[in-house]
Design a protein around this ligand. Structure first.
Ligand code: GRF
Length: 206
């Protein structure tokens, strides 16, 4: 049977709670797509377990073997594009993917790579955005933070055409954990809502 559903490849590096939100939504019909593969660059990523439990094929693609023999990141990126080509994804979803892609990967999926970032556009790029937002709040510089979903057009980190944002309040007694929990809950909702809109409007690759 040909799969008429749009095909997603989801890339992770950690717990995969956002991946789990997508898996649950596919299983209960809220997301009309098929997650064809989950790729992690970290073997210990719990998200690989989540995928396996859901019967989704997983691939492990570490950077270290390239670095150990002096091979370029661009070779790693190009090889990952070859791996993904086996699944012919219509969308590549970076759900906690902690690796900055070069054009050697990006060029294969123009306007089709979606990244989730736990901060509002133009604020707190990189891997410590929740920590940085809490510190800025405690210094009195901000009163709230947020999350965003954007397209990944080029090698800029956590930038690109913004598809959706949601503000997240910071509370006076927040700790890193309480704020992170509130942020991740917002991410789960926003990523799903944004992918639903993308799939309704631009479903399968031309
Ligand atoms: C999320 O906050 C994502 O925005 C960031 O890393 C976290 C991944 O969480 N890039 P999870 O692995 O989906 O639980």
């Amino acid at each position: 049977m040909t799969h008429s559903l749009p095909i997603l490849a989801v890339l992770i590096s950690g717990s995969g709670s956002n991946l789990q939100a997508l898996i649950d939504a596919v299983q209960d019909g809220r997301l009309k797509a098929r997650i064809a593969v989950v790729v992690s660059n970290r073997k210990a990523a719990y998200g690989l377990e989540r995928a396996a439990r859901a019967g989704i094929p997983t691939r492990y693609h570490p950077l270290k073997p390239y670095r150990d023999v002096g091979r370029e990141r661009t070779e790693y990126d190009a090889d990952l594009a070859v791996i993904l080509a086996e699944y012919a994804p219509d969308w590549v979803v970076l759900a906690g993917w902690m690796h900055i892609f070069s054009d050697a990967f990006l060029r294969h999926y123009p306007h089709r790579i979606v990244n989730l970032h736990p901060a509002l556009p133009g604020t707190f790029p990189g891997a410590r955005s929740i920590t940085d937002a809490l510190a800025a709040y405690q210094r009195g510089e901000i009163t709230q933070t947020g999350v965003m979903v954007h397209l990944v057009p080029d090698e800029r980190v956590d930038e690109g055409p913004v598809l959706a944002t949601r503000t997240v309040p910071i509370l006076p007694d927040d700790t890193q954990d309480t704020l992170a929990a509130r942020i991740h809950a917002a991410e789960h909702d926003l990523l799903l809502a944004t992918l639903r809109q993308l799939i309704e409007s631009r479903g399968k690759k031309e």
